[in-house]
Design a protein around this ligand. Structure first.
Ligand code: FMN
Length: 224
């Protein structure tokens, strides 16, 4: 018999689904932050949620590098952003005020090692060098962790943005003592939303210019 869903605990289902729906539909990328710090216990809960992300073979090869406060986030922006962006005043100046930056660090070696263990001997990934993986699971797992972070942030009343790094992050990672093999898919800004004069403009919200694809277009049942 194939996989069967577990029967729900009586009385628990509707409440849980409503909470998840709320967080999923409320979440939006936030590009303007106040410089209010994020309380340690709130940040810990958000980071803790990311630890529940699935990982291939339960490799858990994702680390989170957390930069807090103007000295650490300032160095981050200085070393990874385009000079024009930093020179401002640009549309994303409100992003620079974000009090927390999180860098997800995926470790290809952790996955290669995990899939070389005895219980993975029959996997098609067993013994593959990182460069030969058809899907780099350390990047997939980084994405899952990021998604949970974004949802957890919304759940805590925080704004969050996943964004790409303009410049090669390796010099910054070297300064911060990160082992060389780690790979970064982007950065997450976290903090409380503000709507200062420079915060509303910019690439804020492609969804304001593009329609969400309807389910009938996206979901292909049985065949394309
Ligand atoms: C892989 C990826 C890269 C992104 N990079 C940026 C970025 O560099 N700058 C930015 O402002 N938004 C970035 N975004 C945010 C998207 O523009 C945003 O998620 C999308 O427009 C949908 O809006 P919403 O997340 O607010 O619903 C990125 C999102 C993803 C998933």
């Amino acid at each position: 018999m194939g996989w069967q869903p577990r029967p729900p605990a009586p009385g628990s289902v509707s409440v849980r689904r409503v909470e998840l729906d709320d967080v999923v539909t409320k979440r939006r990328m936030t590009r303007g932050y106040s410089d209010d710090p994020v309380p340690a216990e709130v940040l810990d809960r958000v980071l803790g949620t990311a630890l529940h992300a699935p990982s291939a073979g339960f490799s858990q090869g994702i680390d989170l590098l957390v930069l807090e406060g103007p000295a650490e986030t300032g160095q981050f922006f200085e070393m990874t952003s385009d000079p024009e962006f930093l020179a401002g005043p640009g549309a994303l100046q409100g992003l620079i005020r974000a009090p927390v930056i999180v860098l997800p660090l995926g470790d290809p070696d952790a996955y290669v090692a995990r899939y070389s263990e005895a219980d993975k001997a029959h996997s098609s990934l067993a013994g593959l060098a990182a460069g030969d993986w058809p899907v780099p699971y350390w990047l997939v797992d980084s994405s899952f962790a990021v998604m949970l972070l974004l949802l957890a942030a919304t759940n805590e009343g925080l704004g969050a943005l996943f964004f790409h790094l303009h410049r090669d992050p390796r010099p910054l990672l070297a300064v911060l003592g990160v082992p060389e093999a780690k790979q970064v898919i982007g950065a997450i800004a976290l903090g409380y939303e503000s709507s200062g004069p420079t915060d509303a403009a910019g690439p804020a919200g492609s969804p304001t210019r593009r329609a969400r694809r309807p389910m009938l277009d996206v979901v292909h049942r049985g065949r394309w």
